[in-house]
Design a protein around this ligand. Structure first.
Ligand code: ADP
Ligand code: ZN
Length: 509
């Protein structure tokens, strides 16, 4: 099927395994990197298994694109959305009833309609695929409330295998997907997130950083690139500035007229050297293979968003760059925005942590690609050798002794506590600490840093995989991470370095 229908010589990564699981009639969850070929994982089983394959997808544009591609490959695929007129609908249902259709794409809202569910419950189904499954998680960066109802599919279609696919899921988001989509017991496939063709850099910016962006773009003439800006206004200004400097720049954001956006997208996709200056409205489903650089004029919202946005460069496997400009003002702004959101305390805490982790990575001295991959739960990750921190390791301040203290404290406390209690312990400030705690050798040994300083160092340790955090029903517990790494730090063989002394970053909250 892969060769004859889709014309690809071999499966990629974990595709074959995921497809095998679904073909055997079992539900599964697949976390494959952007460009990893997620759609094949449900398209092939939909064609091979008897019955109709349902695909739930959040974006009409994405669905349209996939359905078009499938039709061109001769696959019987259709989509039902708010734009489908009565006649088309009738024809689609006729083909479904006749068993002629292999794939049907739906939005989560479309699927949730009682009439739709009713009709589908009388239709033999091959599988139900839930694309961009991270949208179901409030811990993720792209929560969509309408995804929540998809958990009910487990009851409505108990015998139909369900496949959740996404490109972005840390351990916590994965757990959420599992719970919310009722995939308890389903096999989980997590592919490597390595993108060896990407050279990552990050630098602190002064002011808005537009001058620096101009420099960076001018230094890369004749190439195709994307510049992400945090606001529509910033996008327009940057595009103007680049155009004035002779760069074929195009602005793209949700405030622009629909046809103008479509025009610019097309121009960009066809050009060899256009630079798209865009907000994140530009992205999902954009598949231009020869994007040579992605520059963040303003930082992304999280590491997930970072990897997804940077990941749009180098899709053809040729060398490409991801360059991020960041500043403390951006971080403060990110925190303020989260504070202003109407979400529960727990969700807020997690979102704040995601911001901290992003900035720890951006401002950190560790290999950037390795840091990101560890964040996604990969183990045994080697340095990339091409990021700025690998190529010219920054002058770092050694924090190994403090790291040893923190790791020892976690060890002594037996991984039973969360971050707040751990910091209190290090500072010797735990309220109602019993003699078993005050008697430990690690009690109060952390006078060198403030509480905020310790929180930052703990974040960094989490980030480097030396500590790990277990969700524990929303009350995260901190335990020791990668055993070899921890041993290395204890023995002084592995250094823990920070770019700034931890106290100085304590104002970030
Ligand atoms: P994503 O995981 O980002 O959703 P897609 O499913 O859109 O990725 O696939 C990305 C690209 O990779 C598509 O152009 C697709 O045709 C191609 N592709 C998928 N599987 C294979 C394969 N086994 N071999 C070669 N190309 C593949
Ligand atoms: Zn590196």
């Amino acid at each position: 099927m892969l060769r004859h229908v889709f014309g690809h010589p071999d499966f990629r990564g974990l595709q074959a395994q995921v497809i095998g699981e679904v073909l055997a009639g079992r539900s599964a969850m697949a976390v494959l990197p952007t460009g990893g070929g997620k759609s094949m994982c449900y398209q092939i089983p939909s064609i091979v298994r008897p019955g109709l394959g349902l695909v739930v997808s959040p974006l009409i544009a994405l669905m349209a694109d996939q359905v078009e591609g499938l039709k061109q490959s001769g696959v019987a695929a259709e989509r039902l959305d708010s734009n489908t007129d009565m006649d088309q609908r009738q024809e689609i249902w006729r083909r479904i009833d006749a068993g002629e259709l292999d794939l049907l794409y739906l939005s989560p809202e479309g699927l949730a309609q009682p009439a739709m569910l009713n009709r589908l419950s009388r239709t033999p189904l091959a599988l139900i695929a839930i694309d961009e499954a991270h949208c179901v998680s409030q811990w993720g960066h792209d929560f969509r409330p309408e995804y929540r109802m998809l958990g009910r599919l487990a009851d409505i279609f108990p015998d139909v295998p369900r496949l959740a696919v996404t490109a972005t899921a840390d351990a916590r988001t994965r757990e959420d997907i599992r719970t919310e989509l009722r995939l308890e017991g389903a096999a989980e496939f997590v592919d490597s997130f390595a993108r060896p063709e990407l050279a990552l850099t990050a630098e602190r910016k002064r002011g808005a950083g537009h001058g620096r962006v101009e420099e960076l773009v001018l230094a890369r003439p004749g190439r195709s690139g994307v510049v992400y800006a945090g606001s529509r206004e910033g996008t327009d200004k940057l595009a103007e500035r680049l155009k004035a400097a002779g760069v074929p720049a195009l602005a793209y954001h949700a405030g622009l007229d629909k046809t103008l956006r479509a025009d610019r997208l097309e121009q960009f996709l066809e050009a060899d050297e256009a630079v798209m200056v865009a907000t994140i409205a530009f992205g999902m489903g954009v598949d231009k293979p020869d994007v040579r650089f992605v520059i963040h004029a303003d930082p992304p919202a999280s590491i997930e968003a970072y990897w997804q946005e940077i990941g749009r460069a180098g899709r053809d496997g040729q060398p490409a760059e991801g360059i991020t400009l960041y500043g403390s003002a951006d971080m403060a702004w990110a925190f303020r925005r989260i504070e202003g959101r109407e979400v529960g305390d727990e969700v807020r805490t997690v979102q704040m942590r995601k911001v901290r982790q992003l900035y720890n990575m951006l401002d950190g001295v560790a290999c950037r690609a390795a840091a990101v991959r560890r964040y996604f739960g990969e183990e045994g990750v080697a340095r990339c050798g091409v990021c700025d921190n690998c190529v010219s390791p920054p002058k770092a301040i050694d924090a190994t002794v403090s790291a040893q203290k923190a790791l020892a404290a976690v060890h002594r406390l037996g991984g039973r506590f969360g971050r707040g209690r751990l910091v209190d312990h290090l500072l010797g400030k735990t309220k109602d600490a019993g003699p078993q705690e005050t008697g430990l050798s690690t009690w109060g040994i952390g006078a060198e840093y403030s509480a905020a300083g310790w929180r930052d160092l703990i974040d960094q340790l989490l980030f480097e995989g030396l500590l790990r955090e277990d969700p524990n029903d929303g009350r995260p517990l901190i335990g020791l991470g990668d055993a070899d790494g921890v041993k290395g730090v204890y023995r002084g063989e592995r250094q823990v370095s920070v770019r700034q002394p931890p106290e100085a970053t304590g104002d970030a909250g």
